[in-house]
Ligand binder design. Structure first.
Ligand code: ZN
Length: 415
């Protein structure tokens, strides 16, 4: 459907711009350099002929493709993010094109002996014969989520160039700071004005997700009593031992390294302590709301238990919810997932539906009133030097967007 070289050129024009976000910053966008790509996108959207192209004071870029049918069709949206992760450099990305991939090792960087190998990354083998875009081994690629942007704009351009394909009004949005968890924070759902939307931010071809973790963080503070160790008998309270009791009382196998699929966990992310005070930081994750609440309660109960054991208020906990499973908001409008599934099938992509062991911006948007499942953008090995994306997967993602627009319009034709 879409010209391969055109997609590559478009994708390259985005990844050459460094847009790394910064969790320590308090501004939006978190880094000045994100404006560079945001402003470029505004110009491009105007140039291909989209309407109501806007950029707000936080760098959220929005645009409209007006309906070309007379009957009422719900407004749908497509969303991706233009920042890249703070975990790995996105400066001077130097992409390599591997045409007609032979299924063998790809040398990313000869001098540094960095090799992208199917022995380690088995997914590579399914792309034999395709065109892969990789890094040069020194930076990330930025397919997360500049592949998503490429696909959305390519699909909009295709719909403009092919006015015989019926579609309702379509809204698109590109956001800053998704990688630091803030992509949805300043997203103006009302201004966007869509009934539902899709983030184009999943990984391999076929991915379709509408379930994610419920998430909270917990900070446990243990207070001890520091006394000269030579005179400490019956006086010293070592906060680190109490903290150890707490840690050991949680189920040892319910941790990230022992769980998968729909299993939840407690994850101890940091310990900082001395005799006087110890701080433990946890994250709590579970797909099931009930189990999620039970996990939080278990931690609270444990704190009370330890307090009574030591006969003093030596330990306290503060739990903060971070985000919730979007399933709760998507299930009542399950047709939006069914449509995406059908769109994939119609362009010969096999849907892979599975719960995400993490969160997406769509989860937060779903709770802000915009139900928002996640569709594949096509890349692999996000957030590091082994990141790559098959061009064919980007083409298919663009086709899925076009098909979704078409199916939505035809679904509402009689009703
Ligand atoms: Zn992403």
């Amino acid at each position: 459907m879409t010209n391969k070289q055109h997609i590559i050129d478009r994708f390259f024009s985005y990844i050459k711009i460094d847009t790394q976000s910064d969790p320590k910053s308090t501004t939006t966008p978190s880094t000045e350099k994100q404006w560079d790509l945001a402003n470029q996108l505004v110009e491009e959207l105007k140039q291909i002929g989209l309407e109501e192209v806007s950029i707000d004071e936080n760098a959220y870029v929005m645009a409209t493709l007006p309906a070309n049918v007379a009957h009422d069709v719900p407004v749908i949206g497509f969303i991706s993010h233009f920042d890249t992760t703070p975990d790995f450099s996105g400066t001077n990305v130097n992409p390599q094109i591997i045409e007609n991939y032979d299924g063998k090792d790809i040398v990313l960087n000869k001098d540094k002996h960095i090799v992208l190998s199917p022995d380690y990354f088995e997914d590579l083998t399914q792309y034999k014969g395709q065109t892969l875009i990789t890094t040069d081994g020194t930076t990330l690629l930025g397919a997360d989520d500049k592949a998503g942007i490429t696909e959305i704009i390519t699909a909009m351009e295709y719909l403009i160039d092919n006015p015989d394909i019926p579609h309702g009004k379509i809204r698109i949005c590109f956001t800053p700071d998704e990688e630091i968890g803030r992509g949805a924070h300043k997203f103006d759902v009302e201004k966007f004005g869509a009934e539902w939307a899709y983030t184009m931010d999943g990984s391999q071809i076929g991915e379709l997700e509408y379930e994610n973790f419920n998430a909270a963080q917990a900070v446990v503070k243990v207070e001890g009593k520091s006394v000269h160790p030579g005179y400490a008998k019956d006086k010293m309270v070592n906060s680190m031992y109490i903290a150890q009791d707490f840690i050991n009382s949680l189920p040892r196998l319910e941790t990230p390294e022992h769980t998968e699929g729909r299993q939840g966990f407690f994850h101890l992310t940091s310990i900082k302590g001395d005799v006087e005070e110890t701080i433990l930081e946890y994250i709590i994750r579970d797909h099931e709301k009930e189990h999620f609440e039970a996990r939080k309660q278990m931690m609270q109960d444990l704190v009370s238990e330890i307090c009574s054991q030591y006969e003093r208020e030596c330990i306290s906990i503060e739990i903060t919810d971070q985000y919730y499973n979007m399933r709760e908001k998507v299930e009542p409008v399950m047709h939006i997932v069914d449509l995406a599934q059908k769109a994939m099938e119609e362009v010969n992509v096999k849907p892979i539906i599975k719960p995400i062991r993490g969160g997406t911006d769509g989860a937060q948007l779903s709770f802000k009133g915009l139900p928002c499942p996640n569709i594949f953008a096509g890349g692999h090995n996000f957030h590091g030097k082994y990141e790559y994306v098959p061009v064919e997967s980007m083409q298919k993602a663009a086709e899925v967007i076009v098909k979704l627009a078409e199916l939505t319009a035809s679904k509402y034709e009689e009703s």
